[in-house]
Design a protein around this ligand. Structure first.
Ligand code: 13P
Length: 251
């Protein structure tokens, strides 16, 4: 059985004291609750160790939003997968469209990051998704298939089975323009069908696939009720405890 996951991506928001306070607030709010999903919070690197230490509900895992494509050494400003692991984090968000666009992350770079993440027993939350002009041309399936073909579809079955996939159409990120429930379900079902082709039915059935892009407390219940939507990757709405916890409880 695949897991339901609600993952927050804080992006470059919150100072350390602010982030720590938010993490504790969420932790307290879910303590003792009977939840139908795992909660992940994706913080900036500087928060990881403090947040991982502060959580006590046993219901929240911590994610980095990136890691280096090199093992260690003279790479000023980079943070390795092993360093992320040493903070107590369990996940790494990889291939976010903001990193692909602003930091020129190619499939080759992402392959190295996925491999290092897995080698360090961290779970990649691997993002894919098309820009607006691709959706307008109705070629989003081919676009997303290529993103997966060039990267995570090259993994062994054993490694692919460890991944979480997140589909985030770029035109829906931070725009308030959510994909319709039908569009999201259709793409996630398509991604699952590609996984069936590549790795077989059992791995496909066990892979958690998340939707991201203006997901909020209002639209989460309908999105999460879809058969192929196993949760959300939440940006803006993960920065307020009440909003985020409401999304968590949409399952
Ligand atoms: P928003 O929820 O702010 O649209 O961001 C989505 C996202 O990019 C999460 O990774």
């Amino acid at each position: 059985m695949r897991k339901n996951i609600v993952a927050g991506n804080w992006k470059m928001n919150k100072t350390l004291p602010e982030g720590l306070a938010l993490a504790k607030e969420i932790d307290n709010a879910v303590k003792g609750e009977n939840l139908n999903c795992e909660i992940v919070i994706g913080t900036p690197f500087i928060h990881l160790a403090s947040v991982a230490d502060a959580l006590s509900s046993g219901k929240i895992a911590v994610a980095a939003q990136n890691c280096a494509d090199k093992i260690s050494g003279a790479y000023t400003g980079e943070v390795s997968a092993a360093q992320v692991k040493s903070t107590g984090a369990e996940y790494v968000i990889l291939g976010h469209s903001e990193r692909r666009e602003y930091y020129h992350e190619t499939s080759e770079i992402l392959n190295a990051k996925v491999a290092l993440t897995l080698e360090n027993q961290l779970i990649p939350i691997y993002c894919c998704g098309e820009p607006k002009q691709v959706r307008e041309a109705n070629t989003q399936n081919a676009y997303v298939k290529r993103q997966l073909d060039e990267t995570v579809f090259n993994l062994s079955e054993v490694d692919f089975a460890k991944l979480v996939i997140a589909y985030e159409p770029i035109w829906a990120i931070g725009t308030g323009l959510t994909a319709t429930t039908e569009q999201a379900q259709e793409m996630l079902a398509y991604i699952r069908s590609l996984i069936v082709e590549k790795f077989g039915k059992q791995i496909a059935e066990n892979t958690s696939i998340l939707y991201g892009g203006s997901c909020n407390a209002k639209n989460a219940p309908e999105l999460f009720a879809q058969p192929d939507i196993d949760g959300g990757l939440i940006g803006g709405a993960s920065l307020k405890c009440d909003d985020f916890v409401q999304i968590v409880k949409a399952f």
